[in-house]
Ligand binder design. Structure first.
Ligand code: ZN
Length: 340
């Protein structure tokens, strides 16, 4: 029998000692300019006594910024003497991608959130995925992985979670979604039919760990409003898990509207390449068959534009940002009300 596979990443911080421990995960990467060097993935571990563990990650995609900033702010502001349990924070999980401001890694083109459960002997991105899946998630009672739409998409600020078959995990997911207090939250089917496999949340599900996600904004930038939602959401999730005391809860102006994203029928794709003209806006309510976008070909101005339609009724959660569009690009996706 072959020995169990082991991560080659070396953490500089302890996970089992009280106090605040800041440092790096050392991902050794031998290159022309640095023969024995490592990629320094920042990590902070806060621990105080007994209690639950939460794993908080941002920069899984490097062009999504709310999570990176909100988690860096949390590292500098969290008082470890107020917590019961452990908070593990990685603001720039795919560090090479985050430093480049790109969705995927400039080293291996790896999309970290399609790379789980990873490979301890694989590329840089696969090694990060393996470490998270096999060394960090097993320590956690819950994970929060902060995303936004990146460079190509814009979202209504949302929290999200996978639908859970287990009733206890389903109840905890719903509690965390509501505690996060984004204007909108949605449940997903785990990426069936939409190519969203290999995610951190999928790795958490494999270990029976509840995972919360977010889609806070996008367009390759961040807004003050989305950052406030992220920071409030993080605090309130720590309170909901019992890691911070109840008086630390940050009040929200409104309750969260809970939607679901069922699968391919909620997505609209470009059927042609060209210039995309959206016909609806974020937050609109739309009907099946309603035109969603026109795709123009101004290089052949006498040709009629192609029209993309919504396949079902729903609420417009997400839209494409760049005007130039290729066949197969996602233009919109919807959510539908759950009554939860
Ligand atoms: Zn993302």
């Amino acid at each position: 029998m072959s020995p169990p596979r082991k991560s080659q990443i070396v953490p500089e911080v302890p996970f089992d000692k009280d106090g605040v421990h800041c440092g790096f995960l050392r991902l050794f990467h031998s290159v022309h300019r640095s023969a024995y060097g490592f990629i320094p993935i920042p990590i902070a571990v806060f621990r105080n006594g007994t209690g639950p563990t939460v794993l908080l990650t941002g920069g899984n995609h490097g062009d999504e910024y709310e999570g990176q900033i909100a988690l860096a702010n949390l590292v500098r502001s969290l008082d470890h003497t107020r917590i019961s349990g452990r908070v593990i924070i990685l603001p720039m999980l795919n560090f090479p991608a985050a430093m480049a401001g790109t969705r995927t890694s400039p080293i291996d083109e790896g999309n970290l959130n399609r790379s789980f459960p990873g490979d301890p002997d694989g590329t840089v991105t696969q090694q990060i995925a393996w470490f998270v899946a096999n060394e960090l998630i097993p320590l956690a009672d819950a994970t929060v992985d902060l995303h936004s739409g990146g460079s190509s998409l814009m979202y209504i600020p949302s929290a999200l979670a996978r639908r859970q078959a287990d009733p206890d995990r389903a109840a905890l997911s719903l509690r965390l979604l509501k505690a996060f207090a984004a204007p909108v939250a949605y449940l997903t089917a785990g990426g069936q039919g939409t190519g969203h496999g290999g995610t951190l949340s999928g790795a958490a599900a494999t270990h029976g760990v509840v995972s919360l996600g977010s889609e806070l904004g996008g367009s390759g930038t961040l807004t003050p409003a989305a950052l406030r939602i992220a920071e409030r959401g993080l605090r309130n999730v720590l309170v909901e898990l019992g890691i911070l005391p109840p008086e630390d809860r940050v009040p929200a102006e409104a309750s969260t509207r809970i939607l679901e994203v069922r699968g391919a029928q909620d997505f609209v794709y470009a059927a042609e390449s060209g210039v995309y003209e959206p016909l609806v806006e974020l937050g609109d309510t739309v009907k099946a068959g309603q035109p969603a976008a026109r795709i123009h070909t101004p290089e052949t101005p006498w040709r009629e534009p192609a029209t993309a339609q919504f396949l079902g009724d729903g609420f417009v959660l997400c839209k494409r940002v760049p005007g130039r569009t290729m066949r197969g690009d996602c233009l919109f996706h919807l959510g539908t009300d759950t009554g939860l």
